[in-house]
Each structure stands twice: as C-alpha cells, then as structure tokens.
Design a protein around this ligand. Structure first.
Ligand code: PLP
Length: 399
C-alpha cells in the first residue's frame, strides 16, 4: 500500500460513482513501457491500460500527431466529409477481408453496432424472422444493456433486469451445444477468438471453423469480437487470421488509438447494405483527431513489424511461463495465450501474487480470480519480460 495516495483516494469518494475497486496506486505519468507514481516510483507496465496503449505510453509519434491534428481540426461531426476518417477506414480494410467500416468510441459501442446490424441485416436485407444472438459462456462484450446481455457472465447482469430479449449463451468451446442453439431464428453468433476478461481462454481452430461453417449453413452472421485480441496483440493483425476465418463482422477498439477513445465495426460489403443514412449514428465517433491517431497506430504497427514481434516475444514469454509451470506444478494450473496476450492460471486466488508483483514494480492484473493476465505494450523488451518472469519465480518460491 506504500504508493497509495490517501488524498486522491479519499477525495474521489466524495465525487465519483464507486464503480471501480481501484489498485492501491496512483499513476502520474507514463513513458514507453513504464508508469510512474507521483512519488516517482517506476513500474514496468504489463497491462498497457488493458491492451490499449499497445505502442507504449506517450509514444512520441502519437503525441506529435495529436498535437498536429489538434491544430488543424478536432471535431466537425459526421455531417461533413473529412479525410482522416477515410484514411483510417482504408488502412483498416486493407488489413483484413472486410470491406466497410462504422466508427464509434469504444468496444461496447462497436459490439452494439454489430448486434444492431445483425438484426437489421436479417430484417431488411434477407427479410427473415431471425433476431437471436448467440454468444459463449465466459465472454465479455461490453457494458451497455445489449452488450452486457450478450456477455456470458452473470456478474455484469446483476440488478439490470429486465434484459433485452433475443440472446442465448452457450457453454464455452462446446460444438454440440452451439449446434443445438443456432436455428433459423439466429441472426448472428458473436465470439472472442481468445476470451480476455473470461480468463485468457483460447478457442481452437477446429471449433472456430465449425462455428463459421455452422453460421454459413444456417444463414446467420459469423461475428468476431476482436476488441482485445486485435491490432497485433496475438501475433497477427487480427486473431481470426491465425485460423483462416472469414467473419462477416469484426469489432475493434482498445488499441486502435493508443489511448484515445476509438472503436470500429468492420463488415462485409453484403452486410453493409443493412445500414443506410439514419439507421445508426454517433456524434463523436470517427472524429478527425482520433482517426488521425488511429491511422498513425496502424502505420507504426506495420512499419515496425509489431505483429511479428508480438508473436516472437510472446512465444518466448510463454516458454518462460511453461518452465515456471514445470517448476511449480502445484501452484500453476495452466499457462495459455497467443502473442502478447497471456494468462497464467494459478491453483489459488491470484491477488497475493499480483500484490507481490506490484511491490516488485510490475503491473499486470487478475481475471476470473485465479489468472494473472499480461497484455504488455507490443514494444516490451525481452529483458522486461524475463525480469517479470524471474520476479514471478521468486514470488512462487516463497508464497
Ligand atoms: C474491453 C472489451 C470490450 C468493451 O470495450 P469498452 O471499450 O470497455 O466498451 C468488449 N469486448 C471485449 C472482448 C473486450 O475486451
């Protein structure tokens, strides 16, 4: 608790809704892979603002674009044409098999757009009575009423009844269960390629391909939530590209503007027919400032080979964690992940290990009580990963 700033902590209670159980740490600044407390203590950040600051904190080229674009045009509304949005849409559609983009401000909004376009596509393009959305247990899709209903975790739904109808949740990675759930009433299946908040749980190539085939044969949409897995995180620009999938709809957000709020839904040309003028909209989404930053993010990921880097460094990290699992089979149940999205599932609640890591200057987080999750900037060094692994080893030796 040494870095806790009592003043800030006590003062905010009087003015903020208590929606967060915050870590006992105040952050004053960041640079690259490091975060600093007001007292100047340095932390290696293996969380990156939950997969947001994928290029590291206050990346000089990002700060430069923010400065430059902020002196040209910050916002003008979606009533006008502007080139930063066009440029970013071009860059996004170049990087995958999808054709059209709708911009918004967050992951939840990107998924909300996906849920809406799925229903509208069925009603207006296919003229079918199909409206159900099928999602998986353990999934996380956001906090709006529709996206929390789609989310396969009861804890986010408590106290919000009645929830919107037309959602079904099926057991994780169970192909028979999803086959039983998908029918001619289904508008779409929405999955995370690797569940993030659900504990870094990976779906297999076979399962994903079967689900895609199921969607095609039933005539519903196959939608992937890449809000956390996207933009190089797993070692490819998009996680679904590991498995040669061709989703009809993809959502992205977290890393897209390296810390500024920006989300996007990408759809095939066919699905895009469901949205016409007035069918969906946003005031802020896709403004010139955030889009200029998004375009720079994609340029840097490509120019600096950050996808390949995430794959290589991620593999080395995974090997290091697997070695720890061999040394501490009674303490580590499983290590899993792809690229720089890794989970270390302990056999006991992870809070204590997490606190010890923080004491040693490493920031990660715990998901589903038992799993240490690491989502570092894609620019993290091999040395930083190995010193994290060594510190974790020390902690596991004594705990
Ligand atoms: C974080 C996350 C969301 C929600 O994003 P927000 O920007 O917090 O609304 C949705 N889906 C996945 C997979 C996420 O990781």
């Amino acid at each position: 608790m040494k870095e806790q700033n009592d003043t800030t902590q006590n003062q905010e209670k009087a003015v903020l809704c208590a929606t967060y159980s915050r870590y006992p740490l105040e952050i004053a600044r960041g640079r690259g892979t490091k975060l600093y407390s007001p007292q100047g203590s340095e932390y290696t950040d293996l969380l990156a603002g939950i997969a947001v600051c994928a290029l590291g904190h206050c990346h000089p080229e990002i700060s430069a674009v923010i400065k430059e674009q902020s002196e040209i045009l910050i916002h003008c509304s979606n009533l006008f044409y502007q080139t930063p949005q066009l440029e970013l849409a071009r860059a996004l559609t170049r990087g995958c098999s999808l054709d059209r983009v709708f911009f918004c401000n967050s992951g939840a909004e990107a998924n909300e757009a996906a849920l809406k376009i799925a229903r509208r596509f069925m009603q207006t393009v296919r003229t079918q009575e199909a409206f159900e959305i099928v999602t998986l247990e353990g999934s996380f899709h956001g906090r709006t009423l529709a996206t929390l209903t789609a989310t396969g975790q009861d804890k986010v739904k408590e106290g919000y009844a009645p929830l919107p109808p037309g959602f079904k949740t099926v057991p994780f990675a169970d192909i028979e269960a999803i086959k039983a759930a998908v029918s001619n009433k289904t508008a779409a299946v929405l999955v995370e390629i690797i569940q993030g908040e659900g504990g870094v749980r990976c779906l297999s190539r076979d399962y994903l391909q079967e689900v895609q085939d199921l969607c095609r044969s039933q005539g519903c949409l196959f939608m992937v939530d890449e809000v956390q897995t996207g933009l190089g995180r797993t070692g490819k620009l998009w996680a679904h590209q590991h498995f040669d999938l061709r989703p009809d709809v993809l959502t992205t957000a977290k890393g897209l503007a390296n810390g500024l709020p920006l989300g996007a839904m990408l759809v095939s040309q066919e699905v895009s027919q469901a949205f016409g003028p007035g069918s969906h909209a946003t005031t802020f989404g896709g403004g010139p400032l955030v889009c200029a930053v998004g375009a720079k993010v994609l340029e840097i990921i490509d120019r600096d080979g950050l996808c390949r880097r995430a794959a290589e460094i991620g593999n080395e990290a995974l090997e290091g964690f697997q070695e720890l699992k061999r040394r501490f089979p009674d303490k580590i149940r499983e290590v899993r992940g792809k690229g720089l999205m890794q989970g270390i599932e302990l056999t006991f609640p992870g809070k204590g290990v997490w606190q010890e890591l923080l004491n040693k200057g490493f920031i990660c987080n715990v998901v589903q009580d038992h799993t240490l999750r690491i989502l570092p900037p894609l620019t993290i060094s091999r040395e930083e990963i190995s010193s994290f692994t060594r510190s974790l080893e020390e902690i596991l030796t004594t705990i």
